[in-house]
Ligand binder design. Structure first.
Ligand SMILES: [Zn+2]
Length: 74
């Protein structure tokens, strides 16, 4: 697993300071790079966010992990 920082890895499930408009606030990190992709675990919508903004937006890193489908894992 690619380490993003000491708490977050690819597939980590996090809550953000601001939830998704669908009402949920549980996101899986499905891509990590200069730009990251996070997926709302309620509606599966993927949002592009830059790494710095993502780190700032994270409220809590949850214990669970999300298994990323192969087609999204690159
Ligand atoms: Zn959503």
């Amino acid at each position: 697993m690619k380490l993003i920082d000491q708490n977050i890895t690819l597939g980590s499930v996090v809550t953000l300071k601001k939830g998704h408009p669908c009402g949920a606030n549980k996101w899986a990190i499905v891509r990590f790079g200069v730009d990251c992709k996070i997926m709302c675990m309620a509606c599966n919508r993927v949002v592009l966010i830059d790494r710095v903004a993502l780190k700032k937006a994270i409220k809590k890193v949850l214990e669970e992990t999300y298994e990323i489908p192969t087609e999204e894992n690159h």
